[in-house]
Design a protein around this ligand. Structure first.
Ligand code: ZN
Length: 296
């Protein structure tokens, strides 16, 4: 499932082709994905120019010059690929993969940017993704966005902000960090990794990271830095694969990461001088991976 860094990588990959391009036509190949496309979807976006491509949490937002936006979510298995004019002649492997995937190509944007034509194809075998049209001025109040906390990539998530949110919370750190009202788009993988880096147990009661005076403890300040870093590192890793990736098969957004805690059950903890072994526990129905020895 794509996490925030993958979605941001997709956004950065689409930007050069889609930003400023006109949607000269579109093919909607089925009535629905996770739920139906907005009514008259193609007619309402045709001939519009894409003036911006944004990301909020794990949603992509295409801003059009008719004051509509397309909200797109990749679900479990959604991906975009770019086919540029004169570049459809790809080596053999690609042709095979493309025909195999073709039945899951559910939506195609036909674009023109300064006379250069390109197709951007949305493929989604499991169809948990979706696209819908929302007026730009209703975006902030939309059900998907109105209660979202700040992005983990920006200054909105500071140690002071977290101290204020955590000081009354008796819930375990794991569930507080997954709460989208506190931090938007931070998924299970990156919560596990940030807690491992900061040496904080996922079971630790959130309020114990805040001083009596309501200030962030040293551990909470460290965690804040690590939250920014794990997300930043993953976005950089995605960005570094992006060019190669598009050139070889035109797809974007899924890449292998090296994790220190997530999925590492039974492996030796990689913290220097720690002889612990990564354990897996279940919290609120989801797996937490952590080192019981150094994460307290
Ligand atoms: Zn350890």
């Amino acid at each position: 499932m794509p996490e925030l860094p993958e979605v941001e990588t997709v956004r950065r990959g689409l930007e050069p082709v889609m930003h400023g391009a006109t949607i000269i036509n579109a093919d909607q190949n089925r009535p629905d994905l996770r739920f139906p496309f907005s009514e008259n979807f193609v007619a309402r976006i045709k001939d519009c120019k894409i003036t911006d491509i944004k990301r909020r949490s794990k949603y992509l937002i295409f801003v059009l010059d008719n004051d509509l936006t397309i909200i797109s979510h990749l679900g479990m298995s959604g991906s975009f690929r770019i086919v540029k004019e004169n570049s459809e002649d790809q080596p053999g492997d690609f042709a095979h993969e493309k025909s195999k995937d073709g039945k899951h190509d559910h939506f195609v944007f036909h674009l023109d940017k300064n006379g250069h034509r390109a197709k951007v194809i949305y493929n989604d075998p499991r169809r948990f993704g979706f696209m819908l049209l929302v007026p730009l001025n209703e975006l902030d109040e939309h059900a998907y966005f109105k209660d979202l906390g700040p992005e983990p990539t920006g200054n909105g998530v500071s140690s002071e902000y977290l101290a204020q949110k955590l000081q009354t919370k008796s819930a375990p750190m794991k569930s507080v960090l997954l709460d989208q009202r506190i931090i938007a788009g931070l998924g299970n993988i990156y919560v596990c990794e940030a807690l491992w880096r900061a040496r904080i147990s996922p079971e630790r009661k959130a309020s114990t990271l805040v001083t009596k005076g309501g200030k962030p403890s040293a551990k909470l300040s460290s965690l804040t830095t690590h939250i920014h870093d794990v997300i930043g590192d993953a976005i950089r890793a995605g960005g570094s694969t992006l060019n190669d990736h598009i050139q070889t098969d035109g797809k974007m957004g899924y890449f292998q990461h090296q994790f220190n805690a997530y999925g590492q059950e039974g492996e030796r903890c990689q913290h220097e001088n720690c002889k612990g072994v990564i354990a897996r526990i279940t919290q609120s129905g989801r797996s937490s991976f952590y080192c019981p020895k150094c994460q307290t």
